[in-house]
Design a protein around this ligand. Structure first.
Ligand SMILES: Cc1cc2nc3c(=O)[nH]c(=O)nc-3n(C[C@H](O)[C@H](O)[C@H](O)COP(=O)(O)O)c2cc1C
Length: 404
C-alpha cells in the first residue's frame, strides 16, 4: 500500500474527464490513501457528489459559504489537513484562477490557502490546452511549484477531435502522486543529471585559442537548481571564472571534444541539460608550438574543422536521458531556429534565447527565453539566470511526474 496513511485532498473541476475521477478515488484508496473530495460547481454538472462521496466514503465539500462545513473543517483546515492536493481534472478555468491567485469558490480558495504540494492533471480540448493563455498559466503554475501529470495525446471524450489534452489515466495520476509524496520537496531525488556550461576553448597553438562570450552563469545556475531539487548532478564546464555550484560534481574541460567525452562518460543519466556554448568549429590542426610572427610574412591561415554536436549525440544516444534539454543561442529567427533544432537534435525541449549584442544576455546576468517543445512555444518573461534555472528545474521535475 504505497500511499498508506496519506491524506489526499482531491479537487474535481468541471471537465468531462470528471467521470475518471471516480476511478481515481478508488485507485488512491486501494493504495491506502484517505481521499477527501472537493468539487466545483462545474464538476457537479458532470458527476454527482453522491457518487463521489460514496466512493470516497466520506463527506464531499462543495460550498465556500457553507456554515456547516465551515464550522466542521473550514476552508483553511481543508487546505492544510492533507499531505497532497490532487486536482483532477484540472480545467483550463481552474488553472487560470490558480495562476492568478483567484479565490472565488471553495476549490480555488483551498488551492490559494494551501502550503501542501499540488499535483494537477489537466484535461481539456487540445485547442484550449494550446491556447497562449493556457500556456502562460501552465508556465506560471510550474514556476509556482505546481506539479503536473499529463495531459496525454489521444481522442477527446467528446469524439471527433484528437490531440494533446486527454487527462492522464487514474493509474498514472496515482503513480505521480506516489512519486511526489516519496520525493517531498526534492522531486528529483534519485535522478541523475548531466549539465554542460560555459564556452569551449579551441586551441590555435599552446597560447592562443578561439572562444565565445559565454560566462557559464546560466548553466551553473541550472546545475545548482537541479541539485536543490535532489538530483545528483555532474556539471561539465568549459573555462569560466565562476565558483563551483554547491552539491554538484564538476568536471572541467577546455575543448568541445573533451566536453563530449566527459558527457558521454556520464550516460546513462535521467536528465541532460546542454547549456554550454560549444564552439562549432575547432582549428583543424592546432600548432604544437606557439606560431611565430615573422617580419614580412603573411598571417597564418586558420583551417577549421567541425566539432562534434554534443546535444545531437546525446539526443540520439542509446543511453539517451529521459529528458534532454538543449539551449539555442540565436541572433535571428529565434523561434523558427529553435523549432528546427528540437527535431534535428532529438531534444525534448529547446530553450531559445536571443543573444544579439543589444540583449546583453551573453555574459550578462539576466535571460529572456522561449521554451520550444513538440507541444508549442512558451515565452518566459525577462528573468535573472537563477530564476530561469529554478523554473527550468521545476519544468524538468514536472516531466518526471508526468512520465513516472
Ligand atoms: C460538455 C462540456 C465539457 C467540458 N469539458 C471541459 C474540459 O474537459 N476541460 C475544461 O477545461 N473545460 C471544460 N468545459 C468547460 C468548463 O466546464 C467551464 O470552463 C467551467 O466554467 C469550469 O468550471 P470549474 O473550473 O470551476 O470547474 C466543458 C464544458 C461543457 C459544457
Amino acid at each position: 500500500m504505497s500511499l498508506a496513511g496519506k491524506r489526499i485532498l482531491l479537487v474535481i473541476s468541471g471537465g468531462i474527464a470528471a467521470y475518471k475521477s471516480l476511478d481515481l478515488i478508488r485507485r488512491l484508496r486501494e493504495r491506502g490513501a484517505a481521499v477527501r473530495p472537493v468539487m466545483t460547481a462545474g464538476a457537479r454538472e458532470f458527476v454527482t457528489p453522491l457518487a463521489v462521496g460514496a466512493l470516497a466514503a466520506g463527506h464531499v465539500y462543495t460550498d465556500l459559504f457553507s456554515r456547516e462545513d465551515e464550522q466542521d473543517v473550514g476552508h483553511i483546515r481543508l487546505a492544510r489537513d492533507c499531505d497532497l492536493i490532487v486536482v483532477a481534472p484540472a480545467t483550463a478555468d481552474l488553472m487560470a484562477k490558480m495562476a492568478n491567485g483567484l479565490a472565488d469558490d471553495l476549490a480555488s480558495t483551498v488551492l490559494l490557502a494551501t502550503d501542501r504540494p499540488v499535483l494537477a492533471a489537466p484535461a481539456m480540448n487540445p485547442k484550449m490546452w494550446a491556447h497562449p493563455a493556457t500556456r502562460r498559466n501552465v508556465a506560471a503554475l510550474r514556476a509556482d511549484g505546481i506539479s503536473f501529470v499529463g495531459p496525454n495525446a489521444g481522442e477527446m471524450a467528446e469524439g471527433g477531435e484528437a490531440g494533446l489534452g486527454r487527462m492522464a489515466e487514474p493509474l498514472e495520476i496515482a503513480a505521480a502522486a506516489e512519486a511526489l509524496l516519496a520525493g517531498g520537496d526534492r522531486p528529483l531525488a534519485g535522478r541523475t543529471a548531466v549539465v554542460t556550461s560555459g564556452p569551449t576553448h579551441e586551441p590555435i597553438d599552446p597560447v592562443r585559442y578561439i572562444a565565445n562570450r559565454s560566462s557559464g552563469r546560466q548553466g551553473h545556475a541550472i546545475a545548482a537548481a537541479l541539485a536543490k531539487l535532489g538530483a545528483q548532478v555532474t556539471l561539465v564546464s568549459g573555462p569560466v571564472t565562476l565558483a563551483d555550484p554547491p552539491g554538484v560534481t564538476v568536471v572541467k574541460v577546455e575543448r568541445a571534444e573533451e566536453m563530449l567525452e566527459a558527457v558521454l562518460a556520464r550516460l546513462p543519466a535521467d536528465i541532460a541539460v546542454m547549456v554550454a556554448a560549444v564552439a562549432d568549429w575547432r582549428v583543424a590542426a592546432a600548432n604544437a608550438e606557439k606560431i611565430k610572427k615573422r617580419p614580412g610574412e603573411a598571417p597564418p591561415p586558420l583551417l577549421l574543422a567541425e566539432n562534434p554536436d554534443i546535444l545531437k549525440t546525446v539526443g540520439h544516444h542509446a543511453g539517451r536521458p529521459k529528458v534532454v534539454v538543449g539551449f539555442a543561442a540565436e541572433t535571428q529567427d529565434v523561434e523558427e531556429n529553435g523549432r528546427a533544432k528540437l527535431e534535428r537534435k532529438g531534444a525534448d525541449l529547446i530553450v531559445a534565447n536571443d543573444v544579439s549584442p543589444e540583449t546583453g544576455i551573453m555574459g550578462g546576468t539576466r535571460n529572456s527565453v522561449k521554451l520550444i517543445t513538440a507541444a508549442g512555444v512558451e515565452a518566459w518573461p525577462d528573468l535573472s539566470k537563477e530564476e530561469v534555472a529554478e523554473r527550468l528545474a521545476g519544468w524538468i521535475a514536472g516531466r518526471f511526474s508526468r512520465q513516472p
